[in-house]
Design a protein around this ligand. Structure first.
Ligand SMILES: Cc1cc2nc3c(=O)[nH]c(=O)nc-3n(C[C@H](O)[C@H](O)[C@H](O)COP(=O)(O)OP(=O)(O)OC[C@H]3O[C@@H](n4cnc5c(N)ncnc54)[C@H](O)[C@@H]3O)c2cc1C
Length: 431
């Protein structure tokens, strides 16, 4: 939707073909039912934004959403149910981080001094490191407690990749942008609506008002380059176009692939084999080489369940896999509904759900908590590993790609995806 908005603002006629019946992709609302039969609105995964996501916030405002009401803004908090952990005060950087670290509960002076010394060294090096450095390499001077209670949860929530496998370079970039981009950059922004309402549905309304079109339930199967330099798009039942009827299959001047990397790779590799385009084969091979990490969200409910904060960190182990729990009652008013997040998750749905329910009993001790729904997104994000090659925005003349996986400084995030979506319109003009 960010790409569609940017193309429209560049003066182009825009048609969006969306394979699903609803918009939102990997950040979408899903229907649910509570144990007592009440209808609930869930998401495919609990999402967090941060204050430094300036492009996401700009786009929300543009399409008529007010971030101040649609998102709950909190200072960066990694607090556990026993009250230990980090909570940054509302001060300008770097005072917020300095004071937050100094006051962190449950960390000894050895932990705090190691963190301040290491963070200062990162800052002095301009938040840069060699491309093949992992987050675990980068954090070698830190204590085991800091790794378990600070770096591991931060890394897995930001990069969805465990610290020993995660890119140090991307991690440092996220830290720099969140901690040093200005006051509020590190704030957590928690959605107070479902993810469909937060942006994509408002974006569709904006686009339609501006003369664009969004056609849902239309999966693009194939791209056909025409001798004129234009493009034909083929759906399940043949060529598709901007409208129903005889002129429906009018070719397009430009195509932007705004689908996940595996779909973009399939479409571009198809093009390489039918039209023999070497550049398409290279692009497809880079996109196909990406590996993925899963995220599982376990929703559970108990009447009267309420957490001390809207979001808590959890102590996670192989048997207790969730890293965070969110209280939807304090966010979107669905009282008693909790969302447990298992980033970089492994294993099948039933086992994860059972382990998370045991973890909830052991760490939160909430009586009567019952599972509602467990959503496993197997390819939630690309594995953000050191030295990763990511495909470029320009695929071929007249064909661009955007999305969280396209070459860029961020891991797979909403901000990475929308920044790329906005940038692709300028790339389309150039190529
Ligand atoms: C469970 C989970 C939790 C996450 N948590 C966070 C978080 O806390 N913070 C954060 O910033 N990010 C988070 N992310 C990552 C974030 O959701 C993604 O980075 C972002 O949504 C990617 O957007 P995208 O536009 O690149 O791709 P997508 O959202 O995947 O959108 C691509 C769209 O293309 C459509 N499509 C696919 N194939 C075709 C085709 N052939 N024809 C037509 N349409 C097609 C799909 O239906 C989809 O709507 C999370 C992701 C998941 C899954």
């Amino acid at each position: 939707m960010a790409a569609a908005i940017a193309h429209r603002q560049a003066g182009r006629q825009v048609t969006v073909f969306e394979a699903a019946r609803t918009v939102g992709g990997r950040a979408r609302a899903v229907p649910g039912v509570l144990p007592d039969g009440t209808v609930a609105t869930l998401d495919n995964g609990q999402h967090i934004l941060i204050g430094a996501y300036t492009e996401s916030l700009r786009l929300m405002r543009l399409v008529g959403m007010d971030p101040a009401t649609a998102l709950l803004r909190l200072p960066l908090t990694l607090q556990f149910p026993d009250g230990q952990g980090l909570q940054l005060p509302d001060l300008p950087p770097p005072l917020d981080a300095l004071l937050g670290i100094a006051r962190a509960k449950g960390w000894g002076w050895q932990d705090k001094i190691a963190l301040l010394r290491t963070a200062t060294a990162w800052q002095l090096r301009g938040f840069r490191c060699a491309p093949h450095t992992s987050v675990a390499d980068l954090c070698a001077p830190l204590t085991p407690r800091l790794m378990a209670e600070f770096i591991d949860p931060l890394c897995v929530s930001a990069l969805n990749t465990p610290a020993r496998e995660a890119s140090g370079q991307v991690f440092l970039r996220v830290l720099q942008d969140s901690l040093f981009s200005g006051r509020g950059g590190s704030n957590l922004l928690l959605p107070r609506t479902d993810l469909g309402a937060l942006f994509p549905e408002a974006a569709v309304r904006w686009l339609v008002q501006q003369g664009g079109q969004v056609i849902t339930g239309q999966r693009i199967q194939r791209l056909v380059p025409l001798a004129s330099g234009r493009w034909q798009l083929v759906g399940a039942v043949g060529a598709v176009g901007t409208a129903q009827g005889a002129e429906a299959a009018e070719p397009f001047d430009h195509i932007t692939l705004a689908c996940p990397s595996w779909e973009a790779a399939r479409l571009v590799e198809g093009l390489a084999s039918t039209a023999g385009l070497a550049a398409a084969a290279r692009w497809g091979a880079t996109a196909s080489a990406l590996r993925f990490e899963a995220i599982t969200t376990v929703y559970a409910h108990a009447s009267g369940a309420r957490l001390p904060l809207p979001m808590l960190a959890l102590r996670n182990t192989a048997e207790h896999p969730a890293q965070f729990v969110f209280d939807r009652g304090q966010l979107d008013g669905q009282q008693g509904l909790l969302a447990f997040v298992v980033s970089a998750s492994d294993g099948d749905r039933a086992l994860i759900e059972q382990q998370v329910m045991q973890q909830a009993a052991a760490q939160l001790g909430l009586p009567g908590l019952r599972p509602v729904q467990t959503v496993v997104e197997k390819r939630a994000t690309f594995a953000c590993t050191p030295g990763l090659q990511r495909p470029a925005m320009q695929v071929l003349p007249g064909l661009t790609a955007c999305g969280d996986y396209v070459e860029g400084p961020y891991p797979a995030t909403l901000e990475g995806a929308v920044l790329c979506g906005t940038a692709v319109a300028a790339c389309a003009a150039a190529g």
